[in-house]
Design a protein around this ligand. Structure first.
Ligand code: ATP
Length: 346
């Protein structure tokens, strides 16, 4: 057992399969050779209906204390909890790794091992605009230097760490004002990383090239909406839109990560909630990203590999054609790489 301080994690509980995903994460956490304390926050719809402000205040308090959080799926009724949390925590960058899962059938040949780094705000997604008469509408597209810089820095640091190049992708030939600002910032950041290659691609061309040559891209940084499109397209390439994990980051004035939240990309799956049937892989991958982020790199990598290895062995939950329930799958992951016998690394 480690003698270091416990790892403190804020845990945002949501709806549907949220509690089953959390149970899987706890089962793995219990098996790890490090002390972990979870700080529960109730973000269920029931709580939000009666005390939305209180629930988000609790989330903020736990996040400010721990600086890292696991979040599970939440139902959106009025306000989107994801948007509220993004605003409160000032998340400006989203990181979605998408990698081929051995054993999961795909329609595309080749191996995907892609990190999509996206500006979390702006683009066309704030949707400030209005209808003009019955048949027209306008929207405003927003690109800002600060989040462009933060996303680019994150992408280049990541690329440096994994020995990859960075591709910045946008429509800079068409959206000359907005996307050229984004590309200008990315090119400026590239100069700080002389050992990391950088190229700009037009976003539409990138999609085609990625499908034809998945191995040609490792880290792609984009404005908000393009990153959203690319994440789903890449998930389609690996044959599973619901098995991705995602991380959201905010930064201090010196560019260091201030707050980080990790979550499975899928929804609340109300049709299977409470039946012990859900696939916890994305939640476990989100947890492995959290471990990596807090410096437990070896544990994070082992957990990531253990989930892949169990899936590729054919021992899967029903959504992937297997017969294991959530608990059995989680147990197989824990046993797979003997997670409980690892020495922790920093
Ligand atoms: P929400 O409104 O929260 O997005 P949804 O049901 O509309 O919920 P998803 O939660 O993404 O959307 O579910 C889509 C389908 O995928 C459902 O049939 C669901 O059972 C299945 N599904 C989603 N997540 C999982 C999971 N972790 N394991 C197994 N099946 C899942």
């Amino acid at each position: 057992m480690s003698t270091s301080l416990p790892l403190e994690i804020a845990e945002f509980h949501g709806d549907g399969i949220s509690s089953e995903l959390s149970a899987a994460v706890h089962a793995v956490a219990d098996a790890l050779p490090i002390d972990i304390t979870f700080h529960d926050v109730d973000l269920t719809l029931e709580r939000r209906r009666t005390d939305a402000e209180g629930s988000y205040n609790d989330a903020e308090k736990a996040m400010r204390k721990c600086r890292v959080a696991m979040k599970y799926p939440t139902v959106t009724e009025d306000a989107s909890p994801n948007k509220v949390l993004r605003d409160r925590f000032d998340f400006s960058v989203i990181h979605r790794p998408v990698a081929t899962i051995p054993g999961v059938e795909t329609r595309i040949r080749g191996t995907v091992d892609l990190h999509v780094v996206r500006i979390a705000t702006g683009g066309t997604y704030e949707d400030p605009g209005r209808r003009i008469g019955a048949d027209s509408a306008i929207s405003i597209r927003l690109i800002e230097r600060r989040p462009s810089f933060q996303a680019s820095m994150f992408a280049f640091k990541l690329a440096e760490k994994i020995g990859a190049n960075v591709t910045s992708a946008s429509k800079y030939t068409i959206q000359r004002n907005t996307d050229s600002l984004f590309e200008e910032v990315a090119a400026g950041v590239a100069q700080k990383f002389p050992n990391v290659g950088h190229e700009s691609e037009l976003f539409d061309a990138l999609l085609a090239k990625l499908i034809m040559n998945p191995e040609g891209y490792r880290v792609v940084v984009t404005p908000n909406e393009y990153g959203d499109f690319l994440s789903d397209a890449a998930c389609g390439m690996i044959g599973s839109i619901g098995l991705g994990a995602s991380a959201s980051y905010s930064f201090d004035d010196d560019g260091n990560i201030l707050l980080a939240m990790f979550d499975p990309a899928g929804g609340t799956a109300p049709d299977i909630a409470g039946k012990g049937l859900c696939n916890p892989s994305a939640a476990l991958w989100a947890f492995s990203m959290l471990l990596d982020h807090v410096g437990q790199r070896e544990l994070g990598a082992k957990l990531d590999a253990a989930v892949r290895s169990v899936i590729s062995s054919g021992n899967t939950t029903g959504d992937l054609g297997g017969s294991l329930n959530t608990e059995q799958f989680t147990k197989a992951v824990v046993l797979e790489r003997k997670l409980n016998q690892l020495n922790h690394s920093n």
